[in-house]
Design a binder for this molecule. Structure first.
Ligand SMILES: C[S@@+](CC[C@H](N)C(=O)[O-])C[C@H]1O[C@@H](n2cnc3c(N)ncnc32)[C@H](O)[C@@H]1O
Length: 184
């Protein structure tokens, strides 16, 4: 079962969520990792699929829209908003509470690897900076289960597209915003 929840902002579009969760449902992908979750818009959909781990500093990036958010609402607002959205869904639908890693992705991904964790759906949607994206991809690939899939959001950002292209993974959909790599 999948139900769509319209939490704003819809940086991850409804179509993207339907596509990722549709695949997860069809394939029985239950171990899900989201790198960069903001206020939990995608997370509340992934929770419907299975066990979810999220990584985020909850401090935003060096982007204008993020800076404005924290200037307006303060440094703890994003984590509180995320927690509120997750609480609503977990209480209403009895989903399992996600594992929340409040940290930079490089550190958190290393920790997951050292614990031997593996995921069959990884959504990379954190930093848009070239070096960070390269690191996220390299570390995420080591955490990918077979069968599995990595989704790359924001390929319309030149630095993100460059980092993904250089990863030498066979990623589909460079013409769009959301690309993916299948590992079967
Ligand atoms: C585009 S938003 C994520 C959107 C979210 N996936 C959604 O569906 O709405 C990017 C997130 O990445 C986080 N972020 C940026 N750089 C990061 C880093 N190096 N490590 C961890 N999180 C980071 C930001 O705090 C922000 O919440």
């Amino acid at each position: 079962m999948f139900h769509y929840i319209d939490i704003k902002p819809d940086w991850t579009t409804e179509n993207e969520l339907r596509f990722m969760c549709g695949l997860a449902l069809q394939m029985g992908f239950e171990d899900i990792l989201e790198i960069g979750c903001w206020n939990g818009r995608a997370t509340v959909h992934f929770l419907q699929m299975g066990r979810v781990t999220v990584i985020d500093t909850f401090e935003g990036s060096n982007e204008q829209v993020h800076k404005e958010y924290f200037r307006k609402y303060g440094p703890e607002a994003l984590y509180k908003e995320f927690e509120g959205n997750i609480t609503n869904e977990c209480q209403n639908y009895d989903y399992a509470w996600p594992t929340i890693m409040r940290s930079r992705s490089d550190t958190a991904l290393d920790q997951l690897a050292s614990e031997g964790k593996k995921f069959n759906l990884i959504f990379i949607d954190g930093s848009h900076e070239y070096e960070d994206v390269k690191s996220d991809i390299e570390k995420a690939f080591k955490l990918l289960k077979k069968p599995g899939v990595i989704f790359f959001d924001d390929l319309n950002w030149p630095d993100v597209a460059r980092a993904v292209k250089e990863s030498a993974l066979d990623v589909k959909n460079y013409d769009g915003k959301l690309g993916f790599f299948m590992y079967f």
